[in-house]
Write a protein that binds this ligand. Structure first.
Ligand code: DGT
Ligand code: CA
Ligand code: CA
Length: 588
């Protein structure tokens, strides 16, 4: 129920923004963010202690708690329904177009009756928008480009939305005694940033007269909670649609074929095609049932056995995109160790340096963030509050930053007294202004342990200017890290125009670190850029950009992207212990 409510609160925030109401939209957004990443279901919280307990959720005050209660009791929120009937437009769809905020959507609805993407496209194509006050020809062009982008990414889901649900489904299936082996395959196993559908493989206890294992498992599968459609149900394959909109295919395979099926359904398709070619060259046949020499199966039950029989080293699913991994795995056979990278592991991270606290309007205090980082097993956390240019995000000015630094010193002395080696680092996420300067004085930056700089405005600049803008920031001796370097937002916004090779050259010269932002909608750098960065010998850092403590868990998505980009531990500076990290920042 948390996700449903978060969605409603985001929408209410949009409606409020449409009417130019101050502050209130922000309150709803905060509540939505909190709900979205909360583990416990609001219904359980409500059961435990009613409205009072709900108010303990960060960002949830009396009025929002009442709305949550109303939703739990009646399945709807009147306040929200009223908004919907006053402005009956598909806000989610409209605002998914870049540059299309709630206010613009409202004007377009009132003046042209535009309710959804289709209406919007039609109006833009027939140049009805240009003639409206405040919308130029350029806006119209941008709207059309934005629509194209949304269309291209339609039907795919963020890994960040899917993975938590998949984990729940797997847990449920695992609880059945008939299930013996179970694995997610497909793009989820490869940890791709967006997912088309979910593929699950299992083996069960034997088939019996009444159907036995497979039947039990399939019956259970098609009656999972949250299913909105059953596409098909059979003894070896069933498909369902979940209420979040994504599909899950479940396949029951035979034990002797489990490894082959896992290999096949993990893909990618391109990887499989190349693998099959290698099999053919060896006079073998590879399919989802096994690897065959004539009619004899020579490998099948165990996935690494398939690779081994083909003369290849087994490789992590994140590498299987036909980007040279097969050639690298083949080198092993020529008497050398294989050429596959030793990619970073999910537990190699020692700290997170892009975290916001309540100093800049984030949800949690610095100490709460620090404790959550300790629970993640980290040695350090860096607090990088926004700086003053971002007024909507309550960015700190020089004076406030100084006060915040003092607070961090005080907290660190507590760790010291406890003989804990854990440390909170003083950072900031500063803004790279249009001309490449930083929005806060150098003297202030010097007092920090490290400085992140990122672009948060003027995204549409010509390539040479945008590249120079970032280069100038990298050349500022106080800047250590560039956050979300290409600016893409999945399903919403393309990268900004930059000469990435040029940026890499300057990063190498200046020792600037490029961030792999783990936020599920960003994952920026992406896998291909990570690989280029590694090849250029430029260091990276994986950060979550957390605005509340629950989001520290996003680290998994960032590490996944790094693995897909062949990054190794040595490429990623937050795999380093604290001492080494601080020395690196000082030297820069
Ligand atoms: P998705 O669902 O679009 O995010 O991506 P995948 O990779 O999960 O693709 P999906 O669900 O269509 O198929 C699962 C796997 O099955 C895929 O990764 C590789 C294998 N596969 C599917 N179609 C083909 C094919 O035509 N040839 C080969 N060799 N393998 C295929
Ligand atoms: Ca799939
Ligand atoms: Ca599939």
């Amino acid at each position: 129920m948390n996700q449903e409510l978060a969605k409603i609160f985001y929408e209410i925030a949009n409606y409020l923004e449409m009417d130019d109401i101050a502050f209130k939209p922000y309150a709803y957004q905060r509540a939505a963010i909190a709900l979205e990443s909360m583990e416990e279901d609001v219904r359980d919280i409500y059961k435990r202690g009613g409205k009072k307990e709900l108010e303990k959720i960060p960002g949830v005050g009396k009025s929002i708690a009442e709305k949550i209660e109303e939703y739990i009791k009646t399945g709807e929120i009147k306040y929200y329904e009223q908004w919907k009937s006053r402005l009956p437009l598909n806000l989610e769809e409209m605002t998914s177009v870049e540059g299309m905020g709630p206010k613009r959507a409202k004007i377009l609805y009132q003046k042209l009756g535009i309710r959804n993407l289709k209406d919007l496209e039609k109006a833009a194509k027939s140049h009805k928008i240009t003639s409206l006050f405040g919308f130029g020809e350029k806006t119209e062009k941008n709207i059309l480009q934005g629509i194209e982008f949304v269309k291209r990414s339609k039907g795919r889901f963020l890994l960040g939305e899917i993975l938590p649900e998949v984990k729940k489904i797997l847990e449920k299936l695992k609880s059945l005694k008939e299930v013996e082996q179970i694995n997610v395959a497909g793009s989820v196993r490869r940890m791709k940033e967006t997912i088309g559908d979910v593929d699950v493989l299992i083996t069960t206890t034997p088939h019996q007269k009444n159907g036995g294992g497979p039947k039990k498992v399939m019956d259970f599968f098609v009656s999972l909670p949250g299913i909105t459609k059953i596409w098909g149900k059979g003894s070896t394959k069933s498909s369902i649609r979940m209420k979040q909109g994504f599909d899950v295919d479940l396949r029951v395979v035979q034990k002797k074929s489990y490894g082959a099926a896992l290999q096949y359904f993990t893909g990618s398709k391109e990887h499989n095609i190349d693998l099959r070619r290698i099999a053919i060259e060896k006079g073998l046949k590879l399919n989802e049932y096994g690897l065959f020499k004539g009619r004899k199966m020579i490998a099948g039950w165990y996935e690494p056995g398939i690779y081994k029989a083909l003369g290849l080293a087994w490789m992590e699913p994140e590498l299987r995109e036909n980007q040279g991994e097969i050639e690298a795995a083949l080198r092993q056979t020529r008497g050398k160790p294989n050429g596959l990278p030793k990619i970073i592991g999910y537990h190699d991270i020692k700290g997170d340096l892009h975290c916001h606290s309540d100093w800049d309007g984030g949800v949690n205090s610095i100490m709460e963030m620090a404790k959550a980082a300790q629970n993640m097993g980290y040695e350090y956390i860096g607090i990088s509050d926004h700086t003053k240019f971002l007024r909507i995000e309550h960015g700190l000015d020089e004076k406030k930053l100084e006060q915040r630094n003092k607070e961090i010193d005080k907290l660190n002395s507590k760790f010291h007294i406890l003989h804990s080696k854990f440390r909170i680092l003083k950072g900031a996420e500063t803004n790279i202004l249009k001309d490449g300067s930083i929005d806060i004085k150098d003297e202030s930056l010097k007092k920090l342990d490290y400085v992140i700089a990122g672009i948060h405005s003027n995204f549409k600049m010509e390539k040479p200017q945008m590249t120079e803008r970032i280069i100038r920031a990298m050349k500022n001796p106080n800047v250590d890290i560039i956050s979300h370097p290409t600016g893409r937002i999945l399903k919403r916004r393309d990268e900004y125009q930059i000469d990435f090779d040029k940026i890499l050259r300057v990063a190498k010269e200046t020792g600037t670190i490029l961030e792999i932002n783990a936020w599920p909608e960003r994952l920026d750098l992406n896998d291909q850029n990570i690989r280029r960065t590694k090849t250029a010998g430029v260091k990276m850092i994986i950060n979550t950009d957390s605005h509340q403590k629950e989001q520290l868990r996003f680290m998994e998505f960032g590490v996944a992207q790094a693995r897909r980009g062949w990054a190794e531990k040595k490429d990623i500076i937050n795999c380093w212990p604290l001492g080494k990290l601080l020395t690196y920042f000082k030297k820069q």
